[in-house]
Design a protein around this ligand. Structure first.
Ligand code: ADP
Length: 273
């Protein structure tokens, strides 16, 4: 069995002692080098999960383990060195006046020497296709470009896990698709683990596995295709599957001999994604 990079062991959490439990006995394992997506309706507990991984919150019951280390107040800095997080609004993350300075910031904080820093900046900007924008001002870039720079800043510090927390929510469908493509490419090239946290089912198509959350509980753990096949039940928990998946589901129901179908369910999904 592959080594786990993130493990939730019977985790329960509430924001106050009298308040409702927002995570209820949540357990899952994310193996190293895998791409996993956590999806759920608004308020299902996704951001709380991200904060528990990053040590912004701590489990009331159960245990969160990142790369073999239980997340506690004593270990958060060790954990944060290995986990790169990209959030929804890149503007809130920029600190440098140029793209290069921005990517350099995290490296300077870690005391990386100058020649290593130049290589890390170069490699990470190249990986996300932003090497030609080194001297541009981050705030003047398009939404998709900003998010690429945010991802480069995370890559530069050589994390073992990247977490995208609604990172493409502000982009149009084309920008969203491009970012997901870039991140998945980087993940495969550098052997990283990727956790995508989203409410948008379009973002789960490239995941190896999907964890569907509903009302603070794990509702389903399956492959993207198995998830899409449960269109009606997903609608009941506030999730709408992408048009292409709906089309593929409909075609799957049509009673035409396989040999006469232009494409079967699987092939159609391949073609369109
Ligand atoms: P999601 O990311 O899936 O939208 P969240 O993890 O943000 O869900 O929220 C889960 C539940 O916790 C929701 O009911 C939300 O209202 C509640 N919640 C989130 N943040 C706080 C907070 N700081 N204080 C109290 N309740 C909160």
């Amino acid at each position: 069995m592959k080594k786990e990079c993130i493990e939730f062991r019977n985790v329960s959490f509430r924001y106050s002692e009298e308040g409702p439990w927002v995570l209820k006995n949540v357990s899952f394992r994310i193996p190293a080098d895998e791409g996993v997506a956590i999806i759920g309706h608004n308020g299902s507990g996704k951001s709380t999960i991200a904060k528990l991984i990053n040590g912004l919150l701590f489990a009331d019951e159960g245990e969160v383990v990142v790369l073999g280390t239980p997340v506690t107040e004593e270990t958060i800095w060790e954990v944060r060195k290995k986990v790169g997080m990209v959030f929804q609004n890149p503007d809130n993350q920029f600190v440098g006046t140029t793209v290069r300075d921005d990517v350099a910031f995290g490296l300077e904080n870690r005391g990386v020497d100058r020649s290593q820093m130049i290589t890390a900046i170069d490699n990470s900007l190249r990986a996300v296709g932003m090497i030609d924008y080194m001297l541009h001002e981050p705030h003047r870039l398009s939404g998709g470009q900003k998010q690429r720079v945010a991802i480069a800043s995370v890559l530069a510090i050589s994390p073992q896990i990247i977490i995208l927390d609604e990172a493409t929510a502000m982009l149009d469908p084309k920008g969203r698709k491009e970012i997901m493509h870039t991140v998945n490419e980087v993940k495969d090239q550098q052997g990283l683990s990727l956790l995508t946290i989203t409410h948008d089912l379009n973002e789960i198509t490239q995941a190896d596995r999907v964890i569907v959350m509903s009302k603070g509980e794990v509702w389903l753990e399956a492959t993207p295709r198995e998830v899409f096949a449960r269109e009606k039940e997903l609608q009941e928990i506030g999730l709408d599957i992408p048009f292409v998946a709906k089309l593929a589901n409909e075609l799957g129901k049509v009673d035409v001999p396989i040999s006469q179908q232009p494409l079967n369910h699987e092939e159609l999904l391949e073609e369109l994604w």
